[in-house]
Design a protein around this ligand. Structure first.
Ligand code: SF4
Length: 220
């Protein structure tokens, strides 16, 4: 779900959706408080969501720039090996959940981006909104954030650049902890693998090389 300016991407006279599919091909929407019931009532399964954690680099759809998000974002996943929303039917150029599509999708109008821009950063869902009643899980999420938060990783990367000998090992330790927490929640708490990127965000082993441009080397 992306916001494009009318002047650059659409004809000036457009006043309705032509089902070009462009917005859905660029990714799923972030969820807002208004979408909470869709998840709680399992109309949108939690396995179809993932978390972008605070400090993670994202493409900001309003500015069009890469930025480190100042707040947590819960989004619909993309279909495998594409950026398209998991619910986008490319063959039909249609939304598979059109009648219950989330707020951002309902507001999306590429010829008039004002309503979506107004709602874009308002009342976004966070993990607390979904898991707040599960104290044990929120405790794990908070501990995971303390050890694996992007602000801490960024500080360690900076220290490493200044030849702090322990910083590299601390980064690897955070990656190991992130991996171990996923295993523990899956094996001991019976959470499905599809839930892990919602509970802990995307694996650090995948995001650190992209966000910080450093190579992680596994010790044998
Ligand atoms: S939920 Fe539907 S309308 Fe929204 S981005 Fe996905 S495919 Fe498009």
């Amino acid at each position: 779900m992306d916001i494009q300016s009318k002047e650059t991407d659409q004809g000036m006279d457009q006043t309705r959706c032509t089902r070009c599919g462009t917005c859905c091909e660029k990714g799923g929407p972030a969820l807002h408080a208004e979408d909470l019931d869709l998840v709680m009532q399992k109309k949108i399964p939690a396995e179809d969501l993932y978390t972008i954690r605070r400090g993670e680099t994202v493409h900001d759809n309003v500015s069009g720039q890469l930025m480190n998000t100042p707040q947590e974002i819960i989004k619909l996943k993309s279909a495998e090996d594409t950026s398209a929303c998991i619910y986008y039917d490319a063959g039909q150029k249609a939304c598979r959940i059109y009648d219950i599509r989330p707020l951002e999708c309902r507001l999306m109008a590429c010829w008039d981006t004002g309503p979506l821009e107004a709602a874009y950063e308002t009342d976004r869902l966070e993990r607390e909104s979904l898991f707040g009643s599960l104290d044990w899980l929120m405790d794990l999420i908070r501990t995971h954030e303390e050890k694996c938060g992007y602000e801490r990783i960024a500080a360690l990367v900076e220290k490493r650049q200044f030849k702090d000998a322990g910083a590299g090992e601390d980064i690897l330790e955070a990656v190991r902890y992130d991996t171990e927490m996923r295993r523990v929640v899956q094996e001991k708490a019976g959470m499905g693998e599809g839930m892990l990127d919602l509970i802990f965000g995307r694996p650090l082993g995948k995001t650190i090389p992209v966000q910080f441009g450093i190579k992680l080397v596994r010790n044998s």
